[in-house]
Write a protein that binds this ligand. Sequence first.
Ligand code: SAM
Length: 211
Amino acid sequence: MDHALKMDRIYAVQRHFYDVTRRFYLLGRDRLLEGLPAPKNGRVLEVGCGTGRNLERLRRLRPDLRLCGLDISRKMLETAGRKLEGSGVALTCCPAERLGCAVVGTDEPFDAVFFSYSLSMIPAWGPALEAAWALLRPGGTLAVVDFWGEGGLPGWLHWAHSRWLDLFGVSFRPELLGYLRNMERAGRANLSMESVRGGYAYLAWVRKITD
Ligand SMILES: C[S@@+](CC[C@H](N)C(=O)[O-])C[C@H]1O[C@@H](n2cnc3c(N)ncnc32)[C@H](O)[C@@H]1O
């Protein structure tokens, strides 16, 4: 099935109670928003912004920032659009892997780009990450918060948790952290990692040195 259609099907009904239910298990999102290093009046993009929950919070925390959100699901963006109406936050419907200047409407680079529990749902996560990287200025930060599965839960509960996440099209991606470490080894980035709730999730801060 087409991925955009799949996301719309998953979220058609869930988006109406998404924000209330996800606060219990999409952990670390507020830590990311509070720690996001962006200069005054900087530009920030969320890839896979869903209902716009994070963008709304960030707007309250940092009203000076110029915010954009992108998602593949029109249904999610309908909800985000209602929530952020009149806020000046720009929303775009596009697959993350096709992200580019034309999609965001300008070639002004971003000071920060973040993925909050979206890379685990994006099948082409490598191209999506690189597309976001290309839009980031040198010295800017790419931040990722997502499921880690490295601890925090006993084995059987971890197994049940991953089966349950499967139902929503979510996959643990340990290879993603290897990819970020390789970016650092190649001199493209400085990486710092934090564990959220004993390894349940991770928060990665990837400072751009070069493309
Ligand atoms: C688990 S939700 C996270 C939403 C939000 N970032 C949050 O933290 O609440 C994942 C989001 O990623 C979006 N998504 C999945 N695949 C995508 C893709 N290829 N391109 C853009 N967005 C995608 C989904 O539509 C969904 O809104």
